[in-house]
Design a protein around this ligand. Structure first.
Ligand code: UT7
Length: 316
């Protein structure tokens, strides 16, 4: 039997830090409100001369290096992003060219904050059916470009960054299962217009409290679904790597499966919400801090616009 195994992780965050104190000067908010309601202290902002593809490229190179895989041996590239600098070509094609990866399929997916879980699901299928052997996944966002800096309800949340992993075909797991969902009937609770039709500027619009309630319910259900599908109990999980949108949502999800917070990878305080990049960024942080080790079983989850949501259960 063939499994898709994660053999390297990488990430990158832009240099510029925007603190809660900085935001106090920009909108009617306080450090205390942001910390209490979200768990965020600071977020990163892409530089004037940087593009989302630049963030993606650095994260991808770091993941390749960590995996010991040569760029020419990659035979599938999938990028998740909702904020590419170009409509086309895809970020995946740009990364393929910049890293010197040869002719292979390369495409982007947009599942908003759930992008990385969708990527894992798709890559798993390519590897399991023999269509790909070494897969590069990159998730990268420049959300500061679509934030309305006058809207205190959203501008305190979002951040820029990129995360990447290399997967390879192996006889041992690997990805044990993925569970992806979407329900477009919620599309008006969280969206960003393209700015190309009508008068709507390309800014993130969110009914935060409504999103919060659905996120808690769906994430609770999807982590339970992952445990049940694999006949696992909470003691079998070494680490939860959650989407870093709100510390209160993360705590509610961990509580739902009775997982102590000591076994949750938390990056939200210093990284904010980087949408699709949030889970691979947290994963790479956990690996590089020496928390996630070979042999560990890791549960990842995410929830975002669409709504989309999902989980992946992975052995390292
Ligand atoms: O990553 C994609 C998925 N996104 C999420 O999962 C985000 C889900 N939502 C959330 O994380 C939370 O709903 C927020 C952090 C966005 C907001 O927290 P909340 O506890 O749901 O607050 P709320 O929206 O119910 O607002 C409570 C109050 C309101 O004032 P009134 O009406 O009670 O007077 C807001 O106007 O807080 C006010 N408020 C703020 N006050 C200070 C909203 N934003 C701010 C702010 N600073 N930045």
């Amino acid at each position: 039997m063939t499994f898709a195994r994660i053999i390297g992780t990488g990430s990158y965050m832009p240099e510029r830090i925007l603190t809660n104190a900085d935001l106090e000067q920009m909108v009617d908010t306080t450090d205390q409100w942001i910390l209490d309601r979200t768990g965020i202290r600071e977020r990163r902002i892409i530089a004037e001369d940087q593009k989302v593809s630049d963030l993606a490229e650095i994260a991808a190179k770091r993941a390749l290096e960590a995996s010991g895989t040569k760029a020419v041996d990659i035979d599938l590239v999938i990028v998740a992003s909702a904020t590419s600098e170009l409509i086309f070509p895809s970020l995946a094609c740009l990364i393929q060219q910049r890293l010197g990866i040869g002719d292979c399929p390369a495409f982007d997916i947009n599942a908003a904050c759930t992008g990385f879980i969708y990527q894992l699901d798709v890559a798993n299928q390519f590897i399991k059916n023999g269509s790909a052997k070494n897969v590069l996944l990159v998730a990268a966002e420049g959300l500061s470009k679509v934030v309305d800096w006058d809207d205190r309800a959203t501008c305190v949340l979002f951040s820029d960054g990129a995360g990447a992993v290399v997967l390879t075909a192996d006889s041992k797991p690997g990805i044990r299962s993925t569970h992806i969902h979407a329900d477009g009937t919620y599309s008006e609770l969280l969206y960003a217009p393209s700015g190309r039709y009508g008068d709507d500027p390309p800014h993130i619009r969110m009914k935060g409290n409504d999103v919060f309630k659905v996120a808690v319910t769906k994430l609770g259900a999807v982590v339970t679904e992952a445990l049940q599908a694999n006949n696992l109990v909470v003691d079998d999980i070494d680490w939860l790597v959650p989407h870093q949108a709100n510390l209160r949502i993360i705590k509610a999800t961990a509580k739902r499966i009775h997982l102590p917070m000591e076994r949750v990878i938390l990056t939200i305080e210093k990284q904010g919400n980087t949408s699709a990049a949030s889970v691979p960024l947290a994963l790479d942080t956990g690996v590089r801090e020496g928390k996630i080790k070979a042999g560990d079983t890791v549960l990842m989850e995410a929830f975002g616009a669409g709504f989309t949501w999902g989980s992946a259960l992975v052995d390292f």
